[in-house]
Design a protein around this ligand. Structure first.
Ligand SMILES: [Mg+2]
Length: 416
């Protein structure tokens, strides 16, 4: 249950403009000339890792209407551009995932097994929260799912939840205005117990404090790049300036620290409220354009074929079975991921992927006959394990059918 696409895209625009403007101030001459005076440096303003990852989150939700963590993990890894300012741990993690490493194990191993408590999960999640403004439980659930792909430490997950909830409430406040304390207090209520929640509660008490730098000294300004020292100040800036994008982002940048990420979070939440029209037009025009891949057709990767949602039947007696030795390029995997549905009476298959498993069903009966787990390998994708139906009252899988379906030349079928 999502809002129409608008609020998520508004949040993504607000995020990317804040990120791109905030990043400018790491150049010392720019900071000297423009920081104290709050004047815009000349453009263009390239966006950084915050925007690259947020585009992947936005796109993943838009493609499927939900979050598939396998898809999103590999989207992060395949779109990872080393020159966008990722932290060293993220650079290493995403490179290893791209080369076929086990993403879950790699994320959990970070920082001596604590997992990352960095602000990377919080910085990219606001468009998702905006998409679920009317379903806060789903916003929280999906925010946590997007976080643990790279950040398994509870503080990082809590930071992502807080930002997603803030974006959701910012959308709601379009029609149900909220005072700053009520807005930030609602975020506190949804944030799990821990240091992020405690700092957000402090932020509520500090809402009337006029000096942003003094507040940042108490809440943090992201200089440790942790969720706990980034999210509370970013949301304090957003809560105070929910109807004024320009003022909010300048306040986010004013405290120094991790300026691109603080301004990305603040800007995303405020734009979820004001809409893209609340972002100064010259700022939008000066921000580097968002990448073309961020705008796929909605529903282009269905979670399952909607025409047969009530007909598809899982296997009754699955047994492990060998899988053929195949290799798929990224383009071939994209076609497989998009799923097959029958167009002619003689077409045999319905297929879809979910969490890295390709499910194959017979089209006439809806019965599943194979499921095949897929893994990333260097340069492409491979089937790594499979289950086949063995129940005597169900269709018997015929291995001769398998390869034509798994290869890309699947006669009579086409991607949806
Ligand atoms: Mg950045």
């Amino acid at each position: 249950m999502t809002e129409p696409n608008g609020p998520a895209l508004d949040a993504l625009n607000g995020l990317s403009v804040g990120d791109a403007l905030g990043a400018q101030f790491f150049v010392p001459e720019t900071a000297r000339a423009h920081h104290a005076s709050r004047t815009e440096p000349s453009g263009p303003w390239p966006w950084t890792d915050d925007t690259e990852m947020a585009c992947s989150v936005y796109t993943a939700q838009r493609e499927r209407g939900t979050i598939d963590t396998f898809d999103l993990t590999h989207a992060f890894a395949l779109r990872h551009d080393f020159d966008r300012g990722y932290g060293p741990a993220a650079n290493r993690l995403l490179r290893l995932v791209r080369e076929g490493g086990d993403a879950r194990a790699l994320a959990a191993e970070l920082f001596d097994g604590q997992g990352s408590y960095g602000n990377g999960a919080a910085m990219r999640v606001a468009p998702l929260g905006a998409a679920y403004a009317r379903d806060l439980d789903e916003a929280v659930r999906l925010a946590a799912r997007t976080a643990v792909i790279t950040h398994t430490h509870p503080q990082a997950v809590d930071g992502a939840i807080a930002v997603a909830v803030a974006a959701a409430y910012a959308v709601r406040a379009r029609t149900e205005p909220m005072a700053p304390a009520a807005f930030l207090g609602a975020v506190v209520e949804y944030t799990p117990n821990g240091v992020v929640r405690e700092a957000l509660a402090d932020a509520v008490r500090l809402l009337a404090e006029p000096d942003a730098r003094a507040v940042a000294r108490l809440l943090g300004n992201g200089s440790r790049t942790s969720a706990a020292d980034t999210v509370p100040y970013a949301l304090w800036c957003a809560a105070r300036n929910l109807t004024d994008y320009r003022a909010a982002v300048w306040e986010a940048i004013a405290a120094g620290g991790d300026m691109d990420t603080v301004a990305a979070i603040t800007g995303a939440v405020v734009a979820a409220h004001t809409g893209t029209e609340g972002i100064p037009a010259t700022w939008m025009a000066t921000r580097e354009p968002l990448p073309g891949w961020a705008f796929p057709e909605p529903g282009s990767v269905p979670p399952d074929p909607e025409w047969a949602a009530d007909r598809l039947k899982p296997m009754l007696r699955p047994r492990a079975c060998p899988v053929p030795d195949l290799f798929w390029t990224d383009g071939q995997w994209q076609l497989i991921r998009s799923g097959l549905r029958p167009r002619e009476m003689e077409d045999r298959w319905v297929s879809y992927t979910s969490e890295g498993v390709l499910h194959l069903h017979r089209s006439w009966t809806g019965c599943e006959v194979w499921s095949i787990r897929v893994a990333r390998v260097r340069g492409g994708w491979r089937p790594v394990s499979g289950l086949a139906e063995t129940h005597r009252e169900r269709p018997r899988p015929d291995p001769q059918w398998l390869e034509p379906v798994l290869g890309v030349a699947v006669g009579g079928y086409g991607p949806r």
